[in-house]
Design a protein around this ligand. Structure first.
Ligand code: ATP
Length: 369
């Protein structure tokens, strides 16, 4: 499933040069974005970057100041929320406290004037889908947070919208339940064949669930890509820093040809990398490398091209992996992580030990400064 790679595929939702101003504040700035049918798409960004405003404009609660939003080729301007084939699930869930689970799910269908027998059938279907059959008669306060979340979800999809908008859908759940529910949401989306547009500030959540992620900053799109691309090939320092942990070696390109390049840091230390991309000799760049691509050892690794010496500054044992902070002799602190399954147990590094970090020339990427 990768319609975004197909030049003939038509986007299902299209934001075209959309700007939204509140007074003289620009919440969304000339933003363009395409989302495909049946895609699980995540809008990821820090608080205030304009994620919710985008959802609200698609749902019809706000109109863009300029630009267009198209759904299946149709310009949505002027179409009221209830006439858009879009439904929104809010973080607060907004369940009716005095209504049972089944009544909550049935509410929108009733309003639409669906015949009673059809409503009953649809509600039963929805209860089964979210595995809440035994809880049909309960009121929201008699449910756990996770169950309430599933009622809200069932209610949002009961009307069979084409697009479901989810604003921080799992924000109220604890970590464990959130992780479980992420997989349930993915199953649900697949089974129903809907297009999901989810807003989150939690990068792990976006990485887990989404086919593609748009990373937003100050009302602008910084990058749109699959989770793998966003992590392995960020196109800017902002994205590299925003998604996951990263080490940045700041320096100048010392020499560069088609196959290798050298970068000299402020301290004079040189690293060799596979290529500097667009950056020519003399350019100021940063070499971005993820912690798990860096090895730590007590001895200078014989085979490594890039080996830098320092001191173990901090160690954090996280169960599945161990994170080392190594302070290099030029003062830079480097984060390196190793899976505990792969850790060399006869090299038990500890605080204040001398240590070498090393990495391969193809382990990171060069970003402009
Ligand atoms: P969060 O994760 O905190 O919900 P967000 O990325 O969803 O943040 P938005 O809710 O889209 O952010 O808001 C973007 C910016 O627009 C914020 O600075 C917010 O204060 C501002 N904003 C949103 N709605 C309005 C409004 N009705 N009037 C004035 N400013 C608004």
């Amino acid at each position: 499933f990768a319609p975004w790679n197909d030049p003939n595929a038509k986007p299902y939702i299209r934001f075209e040069n959309v700007t939204k101003r509140f007074g003289d504040f620009t919440a969304v700035n000339d933003l363009s974005l395409s989302i495909f049918e049946r895609e699980f798409f995540a809008l990821l960004g820090a608080s205030g970057c304009g994620k919710s405003t985008l959802l609200r404009m698609l749902a019809g609660f706000e109109e863009p100041t300029s630009g267009r939003i198209l759904l299946d080729g149709q310009d949505l301007r002027g179409i009221p929320p209830y006439r858009r084939p879009v439904n929104m699930m809010f973080q607060s869930y907004a369940l009716f406290p005095h209504m049972s689970v089944e009544k909550n799910i049935a509410f929108g269908l009733k309003q639409e004037g669906m015949p009673k027998a059809d409503i009953e059938k649809r509600v039963a279907e929805m209860l089964k889908l979210v595995k809440l059959e035994p809880f049909a008669k309960r009121k929201p306060h008699q449910l756990s947070g996770g169950q309430r979340q599933r009622v809200a979800l069932a209610r949002s999809v009961a009307k069979r919208p084409k697009v479901l908008l989810l604003d921080e859908p799992l924000g109220a759940l604890d970590k464990k339940l959130r992780e479980e529910t992420q997989f349930e949401l993915m199953d649900l989306q697949q089974n129903l064949g809907l297009t999901f547009l989810v807003v989150t500030h939690d990068q792990e959540e976006a990485m887990t669930m989404a086919d593609r992620i748009a990373i937003l900053d100050k009302g602008e799109v910084m990058q749109v890509a699959t989770p793998t691309e966003v992590y392995e090939a960020p196109t800017s320092r902002f994205v590299a820093n925003f998604v996951g942990n990263v080490n940045m070696f700041e320096g100048k390109v010392a020499a560069s040809d088609a196959t290798t390049a050298r970068i000299t840091g402020a301290s004079g230390a040189q690293i060799v990398i596979d290529n500097a991309g667009e950056a020519a000799a003399g350019a100021d760049v940063a070499f971005a490398i993820r912690p798990e691509k860096i090895k730590v050892s007590s001895k200078r690794p014989a085979e490594a091209v890039n080996a830098l010496e320092g001191e173990v500054y901090d160690i954090a044992y996280l169960g599945d992996m161990t994170v080392y902070h190594v302070k290099l002799d030029d003062g830079q602190v480097v984060r390196a992580s190793m899976l505990n399954a792969a850790r060399i147990m006869d090299d038990p590094l500890t605080w204040n030990d001398r240590a070498w970090i090393s990495f391969r020339p193809d382990a990171g990427i060069v970003l402009a400064r």
